[in-house]
Design a binder for this molecule. Structure first.
Ligand code: ZN
Length: 367
C-alpha cells in the first residue's frame, strides 16, 4: 500500500525515535515543533507505528502488518486524532474530512485545512468538548494490545482549554502517549510546554527537496531553483509546483528593471500584469524576491559562501548587483517585507505595487 506518511529526509529524527522506543525511553508527552511543511505529522504517524507494530524488523516498524496499515490509514482504534475545528464540533465530528485531507497531503497547514472545510471566516479552535473527549478516551482501556496514541495537530489552537489536559499530560494513564504538533512554541501555553519534551523538526534538507522536485518536474535546473525557494518546506514546494508559479526570478528581475528604467508606462504595464496573478502567486513572488535580495547582498558583500541561485539567475543578479548599492538593497527588502503583510491583508495590489515601484525608482534616482 502506498504510504503518504513516509517521512522525507529527517534521518536523525527517525533514528532518535527508534532508539527511544526500543529502550523504552519515549517520553509520554512530546511536542513536535517546526513548520508543518517539514513533516511533523508524518513523524507523529511514524512514532505511532513504532508503538503499534507487531512485526518489527530490526527494531523498526514493518509498515506492512495489520497494526502498521491501520496506523497509516489513520483508522487504528488506539490512534486518536485531535485538530482544530470550528463552532461546537469536535474532532470526531470532522474526522472523515481530516483523514481525507491529511492523507492526501500530510503537509497540510491550517490555512488549507480551514479552506478545505469551507468554514467561511470562522476561527478554528480545539474546544472544551474536545478536551473532555481526550480525557475520557485516555481513561478507557485500549482496543488492541497496549499502547494508545493521542496526536494533537496544531496544538497552538488549544488556547486556555488546554489547561484541562495538564494533569493528563503530566501523569498520563499507563500506555498513553501524547504527541503534540505545533509550528511555534511561542503560541503554546507555558503550562503545557513545560510538561512536554520538545523535539524540533528541522527543515527538510535541500538535496531531498531537490529529489522530490525532480521526480515531479523532470527538469534539473528548475528543480534546483524550486529547492532553493522552498527552503526546506515541502508544502511550499507543492504549492510552487501546483500553481506553476515558479520562474519568479524572471518577473522579479523584470520589476527591478522597470524601476531602474523609471518609465511610468512600463511600470504601469508591469503592475497590470502582476495584479492579475493569484494571491498565492503574489505571495510566492514576494518570498522569492526576499530570497533573491538576500543573495544579492551576499554578492555585494563578496561573500565566500556560495550564492544559492541557479546559474541563469546568478548571471543576471551579478549584473544587477553592479547597479545598486547595499543601502538600496536593504531599502527594497524592507519594502517587500511590508508588502507581504499588505498582500496577506488583501490590499489593492495594483496601487500598492505601483506605489512601491515609484518609491524604488525614486530611491534609485531614476525619477
Ligand atoms: Zn508493522
Amino acid at each position: 500500500m502506498k504510504n503518504n506518511f513516509n517521512i522525507i529526509g529527517q534521518p536523525s529524527i527517525q533514528h532518535q525515535i527508534i532508539e527511544m522506543v526500543e529502550h523504552d525511553r519515549l517520553p509520554h508527552a512530546i511536542l513536535l515543533n517546526g513548520k508543518l511543511g517539514y513533516g511533523g505529522f508524518s513523524v507523529a504517524i511514524f512514532i505511532a507505528q513504532q508503538l503499534f507494530c507487531k512485526e518489527k524488523i530490526e527494531n523498526k516498524a514493518c509498515g506492512k502488518c495489520n497494526s502498521c496499515l491501520k496506523a497509516i490509514k489513520l483508522i487504528h482504534p488506539d490512534l486518536h486524532l485531535t485538530f482544530p475545528t470550528f463552532g461546537k464540533s469536535t474532532s470526531e465530528d470532522m474526522l472523515k474530512d481530516f483523514r481525507e485531507q491529511i492523507s492526501e497531503n500530510p503537509y497540510l497547514d491550517m490555512n488549507l485545512w480551514m479552506t478545505g472545510l469551507d468554514s467561511g471566516n470562522k476561527q478554528g479552535n480545539i474546544n472544551k468538548n474536545e478536551c473532555l473527549n481526550i480525557s475520557k478516551k485516555a481513561s478507557l482501556k485500549s482496543f488492541e494490545g497496549n499502547e494508545k496514541v493521542f496526536i494533537i495537530w496544531q496544538a497552538e489552537y488549544l488556547g486556555k482549554e488546554g489547561n484541562r489536559l495538564l494533569k493528563l499530560i503530566e501523569e498520563p494513564p499507563a500506555h498513553c502517549h501524547f504527541i503534540l504538533i505545533s509550528e511555534s512554541t511561542k503560541l503554546i501555553l507555558n503550562t503545557i510546554l513545560s510538561r512536554c519534551q520538545i523535539i524540533n523538526i528541522p527543515p527538510v534538507q535541500e538535496k531531498d527537496i531537490y529529489e522530490l522536485a525532480l521526480s515531479k518536474t523532470n527538469d534539473d535546473e528548475l528543480s534546483q531553483e524550486l529547492s532553493y525557494i522552498a527552503n526546506g518546506n515541502i508544502q511550499t514546494l507543492q504549492q510552487l509546483i501546483e500553481n506553476g508559479s515558479f520562474g519568479q526570478a524572471e518577473l522579479f528581475l523584470e520589476w527591478m528593471g522597470v524601476c531602474y528604467l523609471g518609465k511610468i508606462p512600463k511600470i504601469l504595464d508591469w503592475t497590470d500584469r502582476f495584479a492579475k496573478l493569484s494571491r498565492e502567486s503574489k505571495k510566492q513572488f514576494l518570498d522569492y524576491g526576499l530570497y533573491f535580495l538576500r543573495e544579492l547582498l551576499m554578492i555585494k558583500a563578496h561573500s565566500k559562501s556560495p550564492i544559492r541561485l541557479p546559474a541563469s539567475d546568478l548571471q543576471r543578479a551579478a549584473k544587477f548587483a553592479k547597479l545598486v548599492s547595499v543601502e538600496m538593497v536593504f531599502y527594497i527588502i524592507e519594502l517587500v517585507e511590508e508588502s507581504i503583510g499588505f498582500v496577506e491583508r488583501n490590499a489593492n495590489d495594483k496601487i500598492l505595487f505601483f506605489s512601491d515601484s515609484l518609491k524604488i525608482a525614486t530611491q534609485m534616482k531614476r525619477l
